[in-house]
Design a binder for this molecule. Structure first.
Ligand code: COA
Length: 336
């Protein structure tokens, strides 16, 4: 094991992949099912359309994203050591979605687990995966964020149904001995006092499934949007600024902010606090909405494939979500 002060390896992202289902729900569709309109949705959230997984579950989307990753790397499924699935919409309570993914991709030597941290899930999973690499014990870790949010969305609740979509996206982590690259720092927090503002109350041991829990719509996302918005703006802006300060990064040192995609106004406020211009902020909320654990890796995948991220670019990833959970990760991109 390496100590924090004597790092031998950094964990570097050496592959990316993603999957979004084909079916699109645009804002016009929501005008036909709830009292809303395109202008309100775009101006209040930045969302124009989102995707729905009609045939398949969270594990299927994760598998498609990982298969997409394999297509662009030389790595084979049987070389994977660990699979971490960040999700709040597992196929089932158990077995873990990671087990289902392991079997479907044929990762015969892997172990793995699910990680539940809502919209911060990818960041928490990325830091966990990085620690497994930095320890020197594991060489190939897949971190996949996959959420089928439409499975827990109440399509009669106009406050929330317009926000969420389905997607999955994966990264491969491998060790690099060149400490100029890879994941360099993280700041992660939880605060359970946020539990009443954003939750899905039914189905667990507190409120086991019953006719009553179904009648009371307890198997859907509940969100007090206004309350969450206020803390999310402060939480994401502060943590992003804090990690820059801690690492003595000026705004010109940061190539991109890679924010969780919950609301364009939260993203704008974060960029402003960091002193970063809009062209240095990764955005895909307009096309996919809030896909929970898949937002950050799907941004990385799309921008990398579009040739917009270069080796040596400093990125700040940041997120805020249910729990509350929030955090930021600082990394230097290592792929050509
Ligand atoms: N269409 C039209 N009007 C809507 C609407 C919709 N889809 N949803 C809500 N409204 C109405 C509200 O009922 C309210 O009307 P009222 O003033 O008559 O009560 C009005 O629009 C303003 O609502 P408000 O809640 O102030 O809007 P907002 O500016 O806060 O935006 C959210 C609402 C949900 C977009 C925003 O609060 C948000 O993004 N919250 C945080 C999301 C988040 O970050 N989650 C964490 C990670 S998942």
């Amino acid at each position: 094991m390496q100590s924090k002060n004597k790092k031998i390896y950094n964990a570097a992202i050496t592959g990316v992949g993603m999957y979004v289902p084909d079916k699109i729900l645009d804002n016009k569709y929501f005008e036909s099912i709830v009292d809303t309109n395109d202008e309100w949705i775009v101006s209040r959230t930045g969302i124009r359309e989102r995707r729905v997984m009609e045939n398949g579950a969270t594990s299927d989307m994760a598998v498609y994203a990982i298969q997409d990753l394999f297509k662009t790397t030389k790595v084979k499924p049987e070389e994977i050591d660990v699979i971490i699935v960040a999700t709040v919409t597992p196929d089932m309570f158990f077995p873990a979605t990671a087990c289902l993914v392991q079997e479907k991709i044929g990762a015969t030597k892997a172990w793995g687990f699910d990680l539940s941290a809502a919209c911060s899930g990818f960041l928490f999973a990325l830091q966990t995966g990085a620690s497994l690499i930095e320890s020197g014990t594991y060489k190939k870790v897949i971190v996949v964020g996959s959420d089928k949010m439409t499975a827990i969305t109440d399509y009669t609740d106009r406050n929330n149904c317009i926000l969420f979509g389905d997607a999955a996206s994966a990264v491969l982590l491998e060790p690099t001995e060149d400490l100029n690259y890879g994941i360099k720092d993280s700041l992660l927090y939880v605060d359970g006092s946020g539990k009443e503002s954003l939750y899905m109350k039914g189905g667990g041991s507190l409120n086991p499934p019953s006719h009553e829990t179904v009648d009371k719509k307890m198997h859907y996302i509940y969100q007090d949007g206004k309350a969450v918005f206020k803390v999310a703006v402060i939480g994401m802006a502060d943590i992003s600024f804090e990690i820059m300060k801690k690492n003595e990064l000026k705004s010109e040192d940061v190539a991109y902010l890679v924010p969780h995609q919950a609301n364009l106004r939260i993203i704008d406020a974060t960029a402003k606090r960091m002193g970063i211009s809009k062209d240095k902020v990764m955005i895909n909320i307009d096309r996919y909405g809030n896909t929970t654990a898949a937002t950050i890796p799907s941004c990385l995948t799309e921008y990398y494939r579009a040739g917009k991220i270069k080796k040596g670019d400093n990125l700040i990833l940041s997120a805020f979500g249910a729990g509350y959970t929030w955090g930021a990760i600082y990394l230097t991109w290592s792929l050509d």
